[in-house]
Design a protein around this ligand. Structure first.
Ligand SMILES: [Zn+2]
Length: 308
């Protein structure tokens, strides 16, 4: 039980002000390098695809340019597929899984779709291994008009600039042990509420949109990923992270209402993947491949639906 748990910043029961947010930012540090680990992988795709810069983070624009990778033969009659990674920068396989998809599978699917991949929406979070941005804002609760999180605002502007209807959006995430050990306690402290301990499920699951669940699409994603890694079981309450499991490995959130990246488009088929990288049963590369399998499983399902 964590009833007596106190986060080292702020006063229990009181929302953080500017001073606490600054204190939080002061204890962050660079732990890995976007320019060395991510940008070279993006650059390596420039021959095959159109790489475009869609913005830069104002904290350090030279250090944090924002890139997307687009199909070269963008044609108005083809439906658009959006893949996003690193909305939570610490969720490593979201970033590297998106890049792995671009490297290995995107060309094949570019015959049928216009594809745009934004592999690292939150590069500061990638470098500091953080869920929040430097303002202690969660980009994945900030997808709404006039967003105060520039990571989210930049992606929304990219989406608005795309030519054609977005049919599919797959947003790549992880659920990690640090969600319970660090990020949820920090959230409770920031918002001045009590931290109630939760449980991190061992395995992959997806989050669909409660306003448009697309159960068969979710099932196709789960089926594809299950060939690469194990699917999270429901807990004894029939839940995963506090939400009812509506079908094997699937929970639902109201994407738009919560300001989630999964609500950034009006797509027909949308899912948010949740890879569990802390399982003793998986390697980092398997996590990346699970993300690729999720995208491929989803796209194969959509192609099959379209040919009916
Ligand atoms: Zn996430």
């Amino acid at each position: 039980m964590h009833s007596s748990y106190t986060y080292p910043i702020g006063t229990p029961g009181e929302k953080w002000g500017e001073a606490q947010r600054k204190q939080w930012r002061a204890q962050t540090s660079i732990k890995r390098h976007y320019q060395q680990e991510v940008i070279p992988k993006i650059d390596a795709l420039r021959e095959q695809f159109d790489v475009e810069q869609y913005g830069a983070l104002s904290y350090d624009p030279a250090r944090y340019p924002l890139y997307c990778i687009k199909s070269k033969n963008w044609q108005p009659h083809k439906p658009v597929v959006l893949v996003t990674g690193g909305v939570h920068g610490y969720e490593t396989s979201g970033v590297h899984g998106a890049l792995e998809f671009a490297r290995t599978e995107m060309a094949r699917y570019s015959q049928e779709f216009n594809i745009v991949v934004a592999p690292c929406v939150s590069p500061w979070g990638y470098e500091t291994i953080n869920r929040w941005n430097p303002l202690a804002l969660d980009p994945n609760r900030s997808f709404y008009t006039d967003s105060p999180a520039e990571e989210s605002a930049n992606l929304m502007a990219l989406v608005a600039s795309l030519d054609g209807e977005i049919l599919v959006h797959i947003d790549l995430h992880e659920t990690t042990d640090t969600d319970e050990s660090e990020f949820r306690p920090a959230l409770a402290a920031r918002d001045g509420i009590e931290y109630i301990e939760g449980m991190i499920p061992d395995g992959f699951y997806t989050v669909g949109d409660s306003e448009n669940p697309q159960p068969e699409f979710q099932a196709a994603v789960i089926e594809s990923v299950s060939k690469v890694t194990h699917i999270a079981p429901a807990d004894e309450k029939g839940e995963i992270i506090g939400s009812p499991v509506v079908q094997h490995g699937v929970i639902l959130y109201p994407m738009v209402k919560l300001g989630l990246c999964g609500g950034v488009t009006n797509c027909t088929y949308g899912t948010t993947t949740e890879v569990y990288p802390d399982s003793p049963k998986v390697t980092a590369q398997e996590c990346n491949l699970a993300q690729v399998a999720a995208i491929v499983g989803g796209l194969d399902y959509v192609l099959a639906e379209q040919s009916k």
